[in-house]
Design a protein around this ligand. Structure first.
Ligand SMILES: *Cc1c(COP(=O)(O)O)cnc(C)c1O
Length: 434
C-alpha cells in the first residue's frame, strides 16, 4: 500500500492514525534523502525494527529472568536471557544487564553500583568531550556525586604531534590529589582511541574503581576496531544505538564481582518494568554484531572517517587532534572562517541536506549553544554502503556549502547532489519501490 521509503509491514496497522503515519513517512523520507552525519546515529536493520514493534511491548516483567514479580514471563525470560548471553559472548564479559533504556540510565546505575552518594568522581570535562552524565551542573549526577574533571592536552600546531588527546598526566595528578572513588573514561566527542589500560593503572594506584563509558565506540569494540575495556574496567556502559547499530537503548557489562550491585541499581534502583521489545531488538543487534560482516563494517566506519577527515581538512577546516582513529571527525571552524560559528554551520549544512551537529572544541571561545566546531560521524552512512570515494565527495560538499553559505541557489544545488548520492545508497534497499 504505502510507498514510503522504509515500507514497514506495520504501515497498514498505522493507517488508523494518519497523522502519526504521515510523520513517520516524512521522517523516513528525510532519513533516506539527506546525509546522516550525526556521530551518535545509525540505521538499524529491519529485523531490529520488527522486534522493537512487536507484542513484547505488552508484557510487564519487573525483575530478572527467573525472578519476576509478575506471572506469564516464561517466554520473556528466554528473550532476556538470550539477549544477555549474546551480549556476554560478544564482548567476553562475565555479566550483562540489558535493561537500561538509554546510555544515561546505564551510567546512573553504574554510579549507584560502584560508589556512594557524595563520593568524588574523576571524569572528562564536558567542554573537552565528556557527557552530561559525567557531572554536568544540569545533570542529576552532579547533585549526587562530586565531579572533578580532566581534559585533553593543548593543541601544539605540530602535525606530527598535534596534541588534544587525553592528558594522562593530568588524570594521574588529579587522581592523586582528589582521591576519587571512581574514575570514568569515555567521551561523546573525541576522535581518538581511548586506551583503558592507563586509566586502570591510575585507578589502581589511588584505590579508585573504574567505569568505561563506551557509548560511542561500542560497535567498534565489538567489531575489533577499538581496544576493548571489558576485563580492564570494573563496569562498562554503552548505548546500543550508536556504532553498535541496534535499537535505542543502553546496556551494562561488569565483572562477576559487581553483577548483583549492577542489577539492583537498575531494578529496583532506577526503574520498574523493562522494555522487553527493545531487549529483543538488542538481542537481534548483538547477533548481527557477532557476524564477520560486522567486523568489516567497523573497519570501514574507521576508514570512512579517515577519508572524511582528509576531505574536510583539504577544504581548510582544522581537525581537532589532527585526525581520527574512530568514527568521529571533530572540526574546528576558526581557521576556515573566523566569523563562522558551529551553530551557523549546522544550519547551513541542514539547508544543504547534510545533517550533523555543532560541537564545542577544546577551550572553545564560544558558548556551548553557539560553539566553534562541528562533529561529523560515519557510522550511519557506512551502513548504507558508502565508502571512501563517497566520503571524499561529502567532504567537498561540506566545504562548498560552508563557503557559499549566503547563496541559496548554491545550497539548493548541493542539496540536489546530496539527494542523488543518497538515492544511490538507500538505507533500506530491499523495500525501495515497494
Ligand atoms: C550518548 C552518550 C551517553 C548517553 O546515551 P543516551 O542514550 O543518549 O542517554 C552517555 N555517555 C556518552 C559518552 C555518550 O556519548
Amino acid at each position: 500500500m504505502s510507498s514510503a521509503p522504509h515500507a514497514s509491514p506495520f504501515d497498514d496497522w498505522l493507517a488508523q492514525d494518519p497523522e502519526i503515519l504521515g510523520l513517520i513517512e516524512r521522517e523516513a523520507e528525510r532519513q533516506s534523502t539527506t546525509l546522516q552525519l550525526i556521530a551518535s546515529e545509525n540505521f538499524t536493520s529491519q529485523a531490529v525494527m520488527a522486534a522493537t514493534g512487536s507484542v513484547l511491548t505488552n508484557k510487564y516483567a519487573e525483575g530478572y529472568p527467573g525472578r519476576r514479580y509478575y506471572g506469564g514471563n516464561e517466554v520473556i525470560d528466554q528473550v532476556e536471557d538470550l539477549a544477555r548471553q549474546r551480549l556476554m559472548a560478544l564482548f567476553g564479559a562475565e555479566h550483562a544487564n540489558v535493561q537500561p533504556p538509554s546510555g544515561s540510565n546505564a551510567n546512573l546505575a553504574a554510579y549507584q553500583a560502584l560508589i556512594k552518594p557524595g563520593d568524588t568522581v574523576l571524569a572528562m570535562r564536558l567542554d573537552h568531550g565528556g557527557h552530561l552524565t559525567h557531572g554536568s551542573p544540569a545533570s542529576i549526577t552532579s547533585k549526587i556525586w562530586r565531579f572533578v574533571s580532566y581534559g585533553v592536552s593543548p593543541a601544539t600546531g605540530d602535525p606530527d604531534a598535534p596534541g588534544e588527546t587525553i592528558d594522562f598526566d593530568q588524570v594521574a595528578d588529579l587522581a592523586r590529589s582528589e582521591r576519587p572513588a571512581l574514575i570514568v573514561a569515555g567521551s561523546t566527542a573525541y576522535a581518538r582511541t581511548i586506551d583503558p589500560v592507563p586509566f586502570r593503572q591510575i585507578a589502581d594506584e589511588v584505590g579508585a574503581r573504574f567505569l568505561f563509558d563506551a557509548a560511542h565506540p561500542a560497535g567498534l569494540i565489538a567489531g575489533g576496531a577499538h581496544p576493548s575495556p571489558v576485563g580492564v574496567a570494573d563496569v562498562v556502559t554503552f548505548t546500543t544505538h550508536k556504532t553498535l547499530r541496534g535499537p535505542r537503548g543502553g546496556a551494562i557489562l561488569s565483572s562477576a564481582e559487581f553483577a548483583k550491585a549492577v542489577d539492583s541499581a537498575i531494578f529496583p534502583g532506577l526503574q520498574g518494568g523493562p522494555m522487553e521489545n527493545a531487549i529483543a531488538a538488542k538481542a537481534v543487534a548483538f547477533a548481527e554484531a557477532a557476524r564477520p560482516e560486522f567486523s568489516s563494517y567497523a573497519a570501514q566506519v574507521v576508514a570512512n572517517a579517515k577519508a572524511l577527515a582528509t576531505a574536510v581538512a583539504a577544504e581548510g577546516i582544522r581537525l581537532v587532534s589532527g585526525g581520527t582513529d574512530n568514527h568521529q571527525v571533530l572540526c574546528d571552524l576558526q581557521a576556515f572562517d573566523a566569523d563562522l560559528t558551529g551553530k551557523e554551520a549546522q544550519e547551513v549544512l541542514d539547508a544543504a541536506g547534510i545533517t550533523c551537529n555543532r560541537n564545542t572544541i577544546p577551550d572553545d571561545p564560544r558558548s556551548p549553544f553557539v560553539t566553534s566546531g562541528l562533529r561529523l560521524g560515519t557510522a550511519a552512512m557506512t551502513t548504507t554502503g558508502m565508502g571512501e570515494t563517497q566520503m571524499a565527495v561529502v567532504g567537498a560538499l561540506i566545504g562548498r556549502s560552508l563557503r557559499q553559505r549566503n547563496d541559496e541557489a548554491a545550497l539548493a544545488a548541493v542539496r540536489a547532489e546530496v539527494a542523488e548520492l543518497c538515492a544511490a545508497f538507500p538505507p533500506y534497499p530491499s523495500s525501495a519501490g515497494a
